[in-house]
Design a protein around this ligand. Structure first.
Ligand code: PMT
Length: 400
């Protein structure tokens, strides 16, 4: 998987820096081309000469040294890389990148690259658990940086806990899985609901809404690609289900309720994209209702609120809701998040062009249970699916 892949290994100043030599050696044995950047502090722990001997290339250490090639070094390495792996990544490095500070060759290259960046933290356990460091990690993860580790165990400083750098063999395995396509939902069961529900009035008429199923099907497809077993409980749509998902077709809200409750106990994640009818006609007429003069009134009764019930029942599952709103988008979505006991909710402002029902794009906000809010600018529903799954993966990772 790593044959000929172009990987920049960034090394920060921590005791685990000695393991980076082994990492570079293993990556090269897998056939990868490796270039190394070391911070000034890293050079206190291990010499550039060691890394030069192992990588086979002069180690990049300084923004201002005479460039080895004609290109500006941080730009050329940033463009050259297909992957950057920062191991060990210190609290200082994470904090700088999270704050947009680029004051040395490594941080500048990370800022300038469009490659996949994997951050492998290593630090004292109290530092790792410090809320500032955790906030920085969450913020970088939201921006698409990948984190691998840290592992738990006894640390060089004598403390016990999370903060050990992952072993080079494990990092190489992770890089291989990345190169093979992200599989961060392997061994996870994800239940997605999609589309509208239909509530029949008589054999020819029903009440429904404009949901096409596209948002839910995008999430189902993305989760399957990322290794999940996906159960897609879908109302009536005109689109093909993605490959490798288990399609469970339903029509009414009550059918959706039955199926969701059936699968829920064995799921790790539920993402409720469906636009479920809140009401259904109180009476179903077995025969077609005939026209009469004057007004025609339909009495409606409430359908079960599937998501609210899951919120009351959940035992460690990650619950994600959607809210399509036309006013007070964030406030209404936050209210639903709280009342339905959700972990995340995606708020769509359906008054905006290219958002909400039927199209191939969406935009809005991703709100979490801690009060965090991430703006989701206009993007394809496929891209939004991956961003939502990245956040879910982070929540799953915390529990495991
Ligand atoms: O399908 P597309 O055309 O791609 O469009 C996508 C979408 C706009 C339908 C989708 O992104 C979306 O916003 N879905 C939620 C629509 C909505 O407004 O839901 P709600 O506010 O009624 O419900 C909030 C949440 O509770 C939803 O996750 C919903 O699935 C769930 N719910 C609602 C009512 C109910 N009886 N049971 C539920 O589980």
């Amino acid at each position: 998987m790593l044959q000929d892949k172009r990987i920049v290994v960034g090394i920060c100043g921590g005791i685990a820096a000695y393991k980076s030599a082994d990492l570079v050696s293993r990556l090269r044995k897998k056939g990868a081309q490796v270039r190394v950047i070391m911070t000034a502090n890293a050079q206190e722990f291990i010499t550039p000469l060691t890394l030069r001997s192992i990588s086979g290339y002069k180690v990049a250490t300084d923004m201002f040294s005479c460039p080895q090639e004609w290109e500006i070094q941080h730009i050329s390495l940033a463009q050259w890389a297909e992957y950057m792996v920062i191991a060990p990544a210190t609290a200082n490095f994470i904090g700088k990148v999270a704050s947009g500070i680029a004051d040395d060759l490594l941080t500048t290259t990370v800022m300038a690259t469009k490659s996949t960046v994997v951050i492998v933290p290593a630090m004292n356990t109290n530092m790792y658990n410090n809320p500032i460091v955790q906030r920085n990690i969450q913020s970088l993860a939201r921006d698409g940086y990948l984190f691998f580790g840290p592992a738990s165990g006894s640390l060089a400083c004598g403390d016990e806990g999370a903060g050990r750098m992952e072993e080079p063999s494990a990092i190489v395995e992770y890089m291989e899985s990345l190169a093979a396509g992200k599989k961060d939902f392997e061994n996870r069961t994800v239940l997605v609901t999609a589309g509208p529900t239909r509530e029949a009035l008589d054999p020819v008429r029903f009440l429904t809404n404009a949901s096409s199923g596209k948002m839910g099907y995008s999430i189902a497809g993305a989760a399957a690609k990322r290794g999940a077993r996906v159960i897609l409980v879908s109302g009536p749509t005109n689109i093909e289900p993605p490959p490798s998902v288990e399609l469970v077709p339903v029509v009414t809200a009550r059918e959706m309720y039955e199926k969701v409750m059936h699968y829920f106990p064995n799921c790790d994640v539920v993402i409720k994209t469906a636009a479920v009818s809140d009401y259904r006609p109180a009476v179903y007429s077995g025969e077609k209702i005939k026209k009469t003069e004057g007004r025609f009134t339909i009495e409606m009764v409430r359908n079960p609120d599937i998501l609210a019930e899951l919120g009351g029942k959940k035992k460690g599952q990650v619950l994600v809701g959607f809210a399509a709103e036309s006013t007070n988008v964030i406030d209404y979505a936050r209210d639903k998040l709280r009342k339905k006991n959700l972990d995340l909710i995606v708020a769509n402002d359906i008054t905006r062009e290219g958002a909400g029902f039927a199209g191939d794009t969406n935009q809005g906000y991703l709100l979490d249970a801690k009060g965090g809010i991430q703006q989701l600018p206009a993007m394809t529903k496929a891209r939004m699916a991956d961003i939502i799954l990245d956040r879910v993966a982070l929540l799953l990772g915390k529990d495991s």
